[in-house]
Design a protein. Structure first.
Length: 245
């Protein structure tokens, strides 16, 4: 009898522990409906969560490095970059409300086949949410937080404002953030001067900018950037006479 009573106590304690954990997780996710104050982004954004994450890794590795970033308004970014990033990263950017459910379904099926979280089907807005406030860990909780923030961003900002934010905070290499810093680092020029070919090369490395470089002999970068370039030609963004070099 005593053993039975102790067993019931342990069971109740276990249930209580699970309920506390679930409540803590729900609170941690739910707070993103109100926090952080995204209206502050209407001013020049402060250091992003991704930047702080990289700095933390450098400190652990004993590296003395600094974030490379130079803020630039959307009006001073090459039109080829603005077109290429939508083609490569989020084809339905101008029409969706923060989520591309077809892309998410494809990513889910791919993850099931792979047996792990490999693809996310994230839109530009979702990627912006992650870069601003979260970290690169691929967990269901982070995806939910990302979705909540993306939903809020779409209601607070115009599409052009979201694109400007994204192009200025996206990671483009180890410690390189934003299209202006990336353009100067890889091509030695301002982002306003980028050619269609350079724009295509820059945007195709965004899924993994610490693995791929816009310059060099990567077959992946060459193949994907050619595909983006051909799409720009087909849509009349680049004159047909401007062939890939």
């Amino acid at each position: 009898m005593r053993f039975f009573k102790e067993g019931k106590k342990i069971k109740k304690a276990a249930i209580l522990f699970v309920l506390i954990v679930v409540a803590a997780v729900l609170f941690d996710i739910g707070r993103f409906f109100f926090y952080p104050d995204i209206s502050l982004l209407k001013k020049t954004p402060v250091k992003t969560s991704f930047m702080e994450y990289r700095e933390g890794l450098w400190r652990k590795e004993g590296k003395r490095r600094k974030i490379q970033q130079a803020w630039v308004p959307l009006s001073r970014v090459s039109p080829y970059i603005k077109k290429a990033v939508v083609i490569a990263e989020d084809g339905e950017f101008w029409s969706h409300e923060g989520f591309d459910f077809e892309a998410m379904e494809e990513a889910l099926l791919k993850n099931i086949r792979e047996g792990r979280i490999k693809a996310g089907g994230s839109t530009i807005t979702q990627q912006l949410a992650k870069n601003l406030y979260l970290d690169p860990r691929k967990t269901p909780a982070r995806k939910l937080k990302e979705g909540i923030i993306a939903w809020r961003l779409e209601r607070e900002f115009s599409k052009k404002e979201i694109l400007e934010l994204y192009l200025n905070v996206a990671e483009w290499g180890d410690g390189i953030f934003g299209v202006e810093a990336a353009s100067r680092r890889y091509f030695g020029k301002s982002s306003s001067e980028l050619t269609p070919e350079e724009a295509a090369r820059l945007v195709v490395v965004l899924p993994n900018p610490r693995r791929w470089s816009p310059v060099g002999n990567s077959r992946y970068v060459e193949r994907r950037s050619r595909a983006v370039y051909r799409t720009m030609v087909r849509r009349g963004i680049v004159p047909v006479v401007q062939r890939w070099p």
